[in-house]
Write a protein that binds this ligand. Sequence first.
Ligand code: HEC
Length: 118
Amino acid sequence: MMKKTVAGILVAGGILTLSPAAEKYDTRAFRIVTKLCTPCHGTPFYMAKQLDGDDWAYFFDNEKKLMAIHKNKPKGIASLKNKLFQNHKKRLKKFFIKSSKDSGAVHGCDANFCGTRH
Ligand code: HEC
């Protein structure tokens, strides 16, 4: 009786510690960026690596500036006005900062992404 309970706790603990390790980045943010930004900016991780974390914070906190940069790119403006972008700005900002040039993050292969292809 007692033994079973202990084993159950150990198994549950193992699953809990495994799952966050399997997903080291926000895959939802990854997919949104792939859809809205990748056609011009390359894969999400490649794109993130073009700027320092501070720069990403700056652009996300100064949306007018971001719009101005894209003013001659109607598709870019459309992406920035897209509901997916508008509704998930916070997590996208976090995603870019976590994968930025100065973050030291290096991503290997998984179902979404493999290597540095862009
Ligand atoms: C239609 C093409 C296009 C799309 C789509 C697009 N961009 Fe851009 N973006 C550009 C161009 C062109 C520049 C200016 C590059 C330059 O002048 O160096 C730019 C510049 C930027 C910059 C300024 C820093 C830099 O790299 O020059 C940021 C930040 C940025 N884009 C974010 C985004 C985000 C976030 C999305 C998706 C929501 C997005 N862009 C979608 C074309 C696009």
